[in-house]
Design a protein around this ligand. Structure first.
Ligand code: DGJ
Length: 693
């Protein structure tokens, strides 16, 4: 199977399904690849070379971690699958493997799309009569030995998706996610690299698991010299027990090979995601989220004042966050009771929604339907509806417990209360939060994370079905549920609770490794950041928020007249340029100066691009490294100039470089010579437009 950027070569040998190659495109006649790949008979080794294939079984001489593990009350513990069916058409391939002794069937499918995204799916079926306990199924792909580095992502609340890289050595590197949501520490991708791979060049082999529950990523190099990258759902003990004829559908693995560095990987993921029928197509509305403006202090007249300023600035959607529902005056009570609180909203939400709509602005509302406070009517009525084990109650986290959505009555409660609110008001958007981890998460005596994950997918799908046009934002204490599983049910992710633009630079840089910017909520926070206390220029906050689904999260009734005017010009700039920002190719330049970032978006026809140069920390040299722009049309001439949609940055110079007022250069000169970088104060940014003449 071949795409312009990659090939996948699969072979059946002695009944085993062998992935011979996943990487650069293979052209021509290649009948002898199997022969070319045969290894020596080594000393102290097998008498015949063994080919364990995709199932990685000990019965086929494999000594690493198998793809499938499980048993039937101690039996059927070791498998030897044989390919019994193989369908290959174009870039789709479906393979059936059976082990009649273990009484199991595995169907694996591979789909390689035009952008080079390989989607690997698998179903494990019990074709026997006794119960089969499935411990795990992991998708694996081979890595060549030039992949010597492994990049993944770690993080915590307010600092998600921080890259970490290491040498691949003999052994297994495992990244587990056991939070019951993908998590702040979830690796949005696991990527193998050569020692030279950068943003713009070199090989990268990337995987991303499409699952929002527990998961694991693995990179394994065996002492035989083979190495692989894998991922799958992390099943809790006894979570999947297949009765006769029952099947387990493993979460899909999305994989990309790129010969054009990490940006090649993100280009493939972005193109794939954008090509989905369900990808949000409407221009992404400029959003005002009221959380950092109001917190729990919901007050209709304050909201009207805020909305007046929002309308003046050009906001298109306003979101009422946490605090509107029954007894929710702080984070200690109310979760579970999804009814408007008359104590704060004596006339209900309708008048405020109508007021917002009268300004031409859409209305959105916050929910956290998977959660319950012990201090709630729901919990008082149904304490048994929480995820728990035995007679234990899991430890509280933000004063809340997790509702067992695998419990049909609990599921209906959340669905019906949410749905009634949506039916009764003009709510086009919901922000759906998930503020705690799942621990000891039992459903009626058995592990309940998988069931819970499936339930939330079902709930989102049902809400969208009942309320056509409804958009959903996936939020989880910021960016703790951003993954390729939930992406098919939502339209936006809340990237991080950290609205500090300096810190957001890195969080957004790496979240967009997989997720296209139009799905990442990026807000202008208050002048003094609420998370870090840092004071940042409006221009820095505005430029940072521009590279995503832009919004504002700040009490702008307190903004000065000058700030409001700047917000209005920035809002117009966002609207004028969002078609480019949300469809173009994201480019991260391999900028040689570690004190700065240079990145941008280039339109598909290379006619227009917008770049940001960000001075993160002070440089050691007087002049930072020149700004060189990759990805433009080398032969074309471009107008290059700095633009200031939200006011000027803080410079640390007497006169800025002359090119900033506008000069003409060819794409090749911009890539090789570039323009000199202005000297900015730390934590400042400048926007650069490059337009074909
Ligand atoms: C965490 C979210 O990430 C915030 O944006 C906000 O919605 C709060 N929860 C509300 O409790």
């Amino acid at each position: 199977m071949s795409a312009p950027t990659s090939s996948l070569l699969i072979e059946v040998v002695n009944g085993a399904l062998v992935i011979r190659h996943w990487g650069a495109p293979i052209l021509g006649q290649n009948h002898d690849i199997a022969l070319a790949s045969r290894v020596s008979i080594a000393n102290s080794s097998w008498d015949e070379p063994q080919l364990p294939g995709l199932m990685r079984e000990s019965a086929r001489g494999f000594l690493g971690r198998p793809s499938l593990s499980g048993h039937r009350n101690g039996k059927a513990w070791s498998t030897k699958f044989e390919v019994t069916d193989f369908h290959h058409q174009g870039n789709h391939c479906a393979v059936t493997l059976r082990d009649f002794h273990a009484e199991l069937e595995v169907i694996v499918t591979f789909d390689l799309d035009a952008f080079g995204v390989l989607i690997q799916k698998a179903t494990v079926k019990n074709i026997g009569n006794s119960d089969y306990v499935l411990n795990e199924f992991i998708h694996w792909l081979p890595l060549p030995r030039e992949a010597t580095q492994n990049l993944d992502f770690a993080g915590r609340w307010s600092n998600e998706r921080q890259p970490q890289c290491r040498d691949i050595q003999i052994g297994t590197w495992v990244r587990e996610s056991r939070e019951g949501r993908s998590g702040h520490n979830f690796s949005i991708a696991d990527i193998a690299l050569t020692a030279q791979t950068s943003f713009q060049s070199g090989s990268a082999w990337a995987t991303s698991i499409a699952w929002s529950g527990n998961s694991h990523y693995l990179v394994e190099r065996g002492f035989d010299g083979q190495q692989s990258i894998g991922a799958g759902e992390l099943l809790l003990a006894g979570e999947v027990i297949l009765k006769g004829n029952e099947s387990y559908e493993a979460p899909a693995l999305f994989a990309v090979y790129s010969s054009q560095g990490l940006d090649g990987v993100s280009a493939a993921f972005h193109s794939h995601l954008r090509a989905r029928e369900i990808h949000p197509k409407r221009p992404r509305p400029l959003t005002l989220n009221m959380w950092e403006a109001l917190y729990f202090d919901h007050n209709e007249s304050k909201i009207r004042e805020l909305v007046d300023v929002a309308a003046e600035v050009g906001v298109e959607r306003v979101v009422l966050d946490d605090g509107w529902f029954h007894s929710r005056r702080n984070d200690r009570s109310g979760l579970g009771d999804w009814v408007v609180d008359p104590a704060v909203w004596p006339n209900g939400l309708t008048p405020v929604v109508e007021y917002i709509n009268s300004k031409g602005i859409e209305f959105g509302l916050w929910f956290e339907g998977e959660m319950v406070n012990p201090d709630s009517d729901l919990y008082r009525a149904h304490p048994e509806w929480i995820l728990h084990e035995g007679d234990r109650t899991p430890p509280l986290w933000r004063h809340q417990l997790v509702l067992d959505l695998g419990h049909e009555e609990a599921y209906k409660h959340v669905l019906e209360q949410t749905s009634s609110l949506l039916a009764a008001h003009n709510i086009v958007y919901i922000k759906w939060d998930h503020n705690r981890v799942l621990v000891d998460a039992g459903h009626l005596g058995v592990a309940g994370v998988r069931r819970q994950t499936q339930a939330i997918y079902r709930l989102f799908a049902e809400l969208k079905k009942r309320h056509p046009g409804l958009e959903i934002e996936s939020c989880a204490s910021g960016g703790a549920r951003i993954d390729l599983g939930v992406i098919d049910y939502v339209d936006r992710f809340w990237t991080s609770d950290n609205n500090d633009a300096l810190e957001r630079q890195t969080i957004q840089r790496w979240t967009s490794q997989v997720i296209p910017p139009e799905m990442l909520g990026t807000h202008i926070g208050p002048t003094h950041g609420h998370q870090t206390g840092r004071t940042l220029e409006l221009s820095m906050r505005a430029i940072t928020a521009l590279f995503g689904h832009a919004g504002i999260e700040w009490n702008i009734t307190q903004a000065t007249a000058e700030e409001r005017a700047n917000l209005a010009t920035w809002a117009k700039y966002y609207k004028d340029n969002r078609a480019l920002l949300h469809s173009g190719k994201s480019v991260r330049i391999d900028y040689p100066d570690e004190h700065g970032y240079l990145y941008g978006v280039i339109s598909a026809d290379t006619k227009k691009s917008i770049f940001a140069y960000v001075q993160l920390t002070p440089t050691v040299t007087i002049h930072p490294a020149s700004l060189k722009f990759a990805g433009l049309d080398a032969a074309a001439n471009y107008l290059v100039k700095a633009v200031y949609p939200a006011g000027k940055p803080r410079f640390m110079l007497i006169t800025p470089p002359q090119w900033m007022d506008g000069i003409t250069m060819s794409g090749s000169a911009l890539a090789t010579i570039g323009v000199s970088a202005p000297i900015l104060a730390p934590a400042n940014a400048v926007l650069i437009e490059i337009t074909k003449l």
